[in-house]
Design a protein around this ligand. Structure first.
Ligand code: ATP
Ligand code: MG
Length: 283
């Protein structure tokens, strides 16, 4: 008998996404085939890396999984069920279970409202929490990402880049998600801040058994952070393997090229890795 653990948490099946191609009276815009025919599955508790050059379709896949946009064709199964056939109630649950963290998640905060109020918003609006109960949860989430309570009263511009990203992560945690799409979550940060955020994401995963889809341009960090990695090129997956195999025995020339670029980062990966290890051993 199949058990729950045998079903991948997320299964992407022959996914296709095209943009444009609409015909008007005078012209037909050229359509962009952002995602061509992508299949992948992500297991519970896994960190699955999705890498590839700019424009290869990574974010588009992440957004379709989040149901921020619909595929042109193909389907996405969450816990064995097609997300396009969810009932209203199932969709509402899904909106809590899956969250996305961007390169600068903090920039999605409204600049004119304290961040605590904004983190509390879905609890009050969707879950009918009282103001007090919601703020209690907010303080708890801030604590989990290493920010003091009083950060709740701050406005987004009063936070550093790293703190803003932590606040963005706190907002993603407030609805108790299971699956997080991390879309280049540390790309905009300095090396040492990068290491801190990576180690925070790792610790959160250990604590809550999160499943991650980790999107990145290059192989920087991926070997350290991911269990398995898919390499994309022009809307298609050209190679999937364990992070170790991708690093040690890349098969596809695209992977080799991405690997080549990391070796010229003169040791910065090692720097990030050793800092992340140090931070982990302090905590
Ligand atoms: N809403 C949209 N309308 C039209 N074209 C789009 C839209 N979103 C993405 N695209 C196009 O789809 C392709 C894939 O974009 P996507 O953002 O998924 O790439 P990416 O791999 O995430 O790139 P990057 O590493 O730069 O973030 C690109 O050619 C992009 O221009
Ligand atoms: Mg992207």
């Amino acid at each position: 008998m199949m058990t729950k653990a045998d079903v991948p948490l997320v299964k992407v099946d022959h996914l296709i996404k095209s943009f444009g191609g609409k015909r008007s009276l005078f012209s037909k815009s050229k359509s962009i085939h952002a995602v061509k025919d992508v299949s992948l599955s992500i297991n519970r508790g896994e960190t699955f890396g999705l890498i590839g050059e700019s424009g290869s379709g990574k974010t588009t896949i992440g957004r379709m999984i989040m149901k921020l946009m619909d595929p042109t064709d193909g389907q996405i199964l969450y816990d064995g069920k097609s997300i396009s056939h969810f009932s209203k109630k199932e969709m509402k649950d899904y909106r809590s279970k899956v969250q996305i963290i961007f390169q600068d998640s903090g920039s999605a905060f409204n600049p004119r409202r304290p961040i605590g109020k904004q983190i509390a918003y879905p609890l009050i609006k969707n879950k009918k929490y009282s103001q007090d109960a919601a703020m209690k949860e907010v303080y708890h989430c801030l604590e989990m990402v290493g920010l003091r309570k009083d950060f709740a009263n701050r406005y987004p511009h009063q936070l550093s880049g790293g703190q803003r990203q932590r606040a963005g992560i706190a907002r993603a945690l407030v609805l108790h998600p299971e699956f997080l799409v991390l879309d280049e979550p540390v790309s905009a940060l300095d090396v040492s801040v990068k290491a801190q955020i990576v180690s925070l994401l790792e610790n959160l995963q250990k604590e809550f058994n999160f499943t991650y889809l980790f999107i990145a341009h290059n192989l920087d960090l991926v070997a350290y952070f991911c269990d398995r990695v898919a390499v994309m090129y022009k809307g298609e997956i050209v190679e999937v393997n364990t992070a170790q195999q991708i690093f040690r025995h890349p098969q596809n020339k695209v992977t080799k090229k991405l690997l080549g670029s990391i070796l010229t980062l003169d040791g910065s990966l090692n720097e990030i890795k050793s800092e992340a290890y140090e931070i982990n051993s302090i905590n």
